[in-house]
Design a protein around this ligand. Structure first.
Ligand code: NAD
Length: 322
């Protein structure tokens, strides 16, 4: 008998609410474990607040905000599963206070986000968006770019994604300077990269900067006026982490000053853009903006589905004393 088959009797009848779009594999795995699954990917906050008291587990991606108000209404809730990496849309502290376990799929999207990061870096260096736009209009004009070979890339946040980006960027011939708040000397040595003593030291040396930190109170607007001021003129900024890691107003200023030569962003503090600065960034000729697609590949979503289902099932079984 498999572990799942053993857990099935204990999970029978437990109810799971899924409030964001997820891979069908995740829904199938939960149902196969005997769970009753309600898939409501378009649910509004008001509907969520009404529905949540009836559920034992909740599955979200990044759209649903699981704050203290939601958690305090969730009388039966034992597990919140984030089908992805970042937990910044979940009040983990409030969840733990209420004895609710929070699980996620930390490594499942690493390769997809790393590949998108490199795609954005190359797109910004070669001004692909401008050339594509010209071609669409039937205008055959040269667009002059720069090579990445021999240039220095600052990798801010040397975790799973930062390290994978490093491996790929090194294959292009880039020199890497890494910065993290934890000791990364072992990884740095293994990957053959230099370590910056401070964020500003890393920024000052870089021809391109890529951000791979989680969004926390410490990293909110990590890139702001003072950080842009120390960057090399014309440097490229890539952000595939979380929008609020970058202060949009400061970035707009840095672009207009010519400090940031091009910015390639998969994330914004508000998605879609809400503030004037965000709308200006979205329309800026030297900004490439994508719609938060870092983890949106078939492979990443499958890995996320399998890992999230397994962790949810184990956590729920454990919470039920099985
Ligand atoms: P990770 O936890 O493996 O690595 C994050 C690293 O950032 C850690 O080494 C940590 O010590 C470091 N860090 C934290 N605060 C820092 C600071 N102030 N300065 C420098 N370093 C700091 O996470 P990961 O799997 O590499 O993911 C990174 C981020 O990518 C996630 O938190 C998530 O927000 C984002 N992400 C985005 C997408 C997308 O769709 N665009 C998808 C997945 C993940």
């Amino acid at each position: 008998m498999t572990k799942l088959e053993k857990l099935r009797p204990c999970l029978e009848g437990a109810r799971v609410l899924v409030t964001d779009p997820v891979d069908g594999l995740l829904l199938e795995a939960l149902k196969a474990a005997g769970l009753e699954v309600d898939y409501r990917p378009g649910i509004t906050r008001g509907e969520l607040l009404v529905a949540i008291p009836g559920y034992d587990a909740l599955v979200v991606r990044s759209r649903t905000k699981v704050d203290r108000v939601v958690i305090e209404r969730a009388e039966r809730l034992k597990v919140i599963a984030r089908a992805g990496v970042g937990l910044d849309n979940i009040d983990v502290h409030a969840a733990h206070e209420h004895g609710i376990r929070v699980v996620n799929a930390p490594g499942a999207a690493t390769q997809s986000v790393a590949e998108l990061t490199i795609a954005l870096l190359i797109a910004a260096a070669r001004r692909l968006h401008e050339s594509i736009e010209l071609a669409r209009k039937g205008i055959w004009k040269k667009v002059m770019g720069v090579e990445l070979y021999g240039k220095t890339l600052a990798v801010i946040g040397f975790g799973r994604i930062g390290r994978r980006v490093t491996e790929i960027a090194k294959a292009i011939g880039m020199d890497i300077i890494a910065y993290d708040v934890v000791d990364i000397s072992n990884y740095a040595e293994k990957l053959g990269v230099s370590v910056a003593h401070s964020l500003h030291d890393a920024l000052a040396e870089a021809d391109a900067v890529t951000l791979h930190v989680p969004l926390t109170p410490d990293t909110y607007h990590l890139m702001s006026w003072d950080e842009f001021r120390v960057m090399k003129r014309g440097a490229i900024l890539v952000n595939t982490s979380r929008g609020a890691v970058v202060d949009s107003e400061a970035l707009l200023w840095a672009l207009e000053e010519g400090i940031v030569g091009a910015a390639a962003l998969d994330v914004l503090e508000h998605e879609p853009p809400e503030t004037e600065a965000e709308r200006k960034l979205a329309a800026h000729p030297r900004v490439i903006l994508t719609t938060h697609i870092g983890a949106s590949t078939i492979e990443a979503q499958r890995r996320v589905a399998v890992e999230t289902a397994r962790k949810l099932i184990e956590a729920l079984a454990d919470a039920r004393g099985c």
